[in-house]
Design a binder for this molecule. Structure first.
Ligand code: PMV
Length: 327
């Protein structure tokens, strides 16, 4: 069977996904909304090969465990009616050791490459559903610019798919990412943390209730190209998610001292009239939604902070694409 290569960008949620309504199918308890990022790309090649006795995975050139990948590849094999094992070679063009989320771009690229290599021809919506099975947030990376991932109502998850709201070039915002602490402290995975939060946090239900109005407000803000309104929702959604996580018993705390310094710096920038709105995921890094014109000021302020390593600036990126060379 032929090999296929695909490329996908990571995405950062502006309205967060935090909690599942079905863990086996990775169905979210609420919808979420994100910006796909051009600067964080994964390139993945998949080849199904009759000679293989097991799946194999190379991540940035190093052999890695297939314990999470193989059950996902089984879904592809079942759909394609094949039993062949696959070799997967995946590379990130951003530092994976930094602890920046890479599962979204990973499973989006995998969905495109693996289905193509298996001879399947799926719609982007079907690919989004398949990527979701590997990592929830990956459903959004099939799409470029601003994407929404619907909660869906169906038990089989067929309607829990993402869709593109606005292409990146139609609203050229920027995301500045401050990599905090060099990724030294091992974070609790988002999968484990959201399960623990749902089971133990007295704030979890309040968090869930905050999402639908945030989604409406974010969609309106995007439609009106209103960065101040989108920024307020972005910051609020991240803080509400982290408040629920912090209230878990025992707490899930991703924040490090430098995280707070970054948040302080962003607040000072905002006071000085710079448009800068912070968000955070399941790690200590701070990501700042801003404009092209203001991004230099945001980079300068974050670079000064001790324990901030790399500072990455990204514009909106494209959806996942098949980049295989034609035979
Ligand atoms: O898709 P996962 O399982 O890596 O979860 C992502 C969770 C957050 O990054 C914290 C929020 C989000 O919506 O991306």
């Amino acid at each position: 069977m032929t090999a296929a290569t695909a490329q996908a960008c990571a995405n950062i949620a502006l309205v967060k996904y935090w909690g599942k309504r079905d863990t086996a199918l990775n169905l979210p308890a609420q919808g979420s909304l994100s910006l796909t990022l051009d600067a964080l790309r994964t390139t993945t090649t998949v080849q199904f090969d009759e000679r293989l006795r097991a799946d194999s995975l190379f991540l940035d050139g190093k052999s890695a465990t297939t314990s999470r990948l193989s059950p996902w590849l089984d879904i592809v094999r079942e759909r394609a009616g094949i039993a062949t094992f696959a070799s997967v070679d995946s590379k990130n063009d951003f530092p994976t050791s930094s602890g920046l989320a890479s599962s979204a771009s990973a499973y989006a690229a995998l969905a495109v490459a693996a289905t193509s290599a298996a001879g399947l021809s799926l719609t982007r919506t079907e690919l989004s559903e398949l990527a979701r099975r590997g990592s929830g947030s990956a459903a959004r990376s099939l799409f470029g610019g601003f994407a929404i991932w619907h909660r869906g109502e169906r038990a089989d998850g067929k309607d829990s798919i993402a869709e593109e709201l606005v292409e990146g070039r139609n609203w050229p915002v920027r995301m500045v990412i401050a990599v905090v602490g060099g990724g030294k402290k091992k974070s609790v995975s988002s999968r484990d943390a959201m399960g623990h939060c749902a089971a133990t946090s007295p704030l979890y239900q309040a968090w869930l209730a905050s999402v639908p109005p945030d989604l409406r407000a974010a969609r309106d803000a995007i439609a009106n190209r209103d960065l101040e309104a989108l920024g307020a929702v972005t910051q609020g959604s991240a803080m509400a998610m982290h408040a629920a996580a912090l209230a878990s018993r025992p707490p899930v705390r991703y924040w490090q001292p430098a995280t707070l310094r970054c948040l302080d710096a962003v607040e000072n920038l905002a006071t000085a009239g710079i448009r800068a709105y912070p968000t955070m995921d399941a790690g200590p890094h701070v990501k700042v939604l801003t404009t092209e014109a203001d991004s230099d000021a945001v980079v300068a302020a974050l670079t000064e902070i001790d324990q901030v390593g790399q500072v990455i600036v990204s514009k909106a990126g494209p959806g996942a694409q098949n980049i295989s060379e034609s035979p």
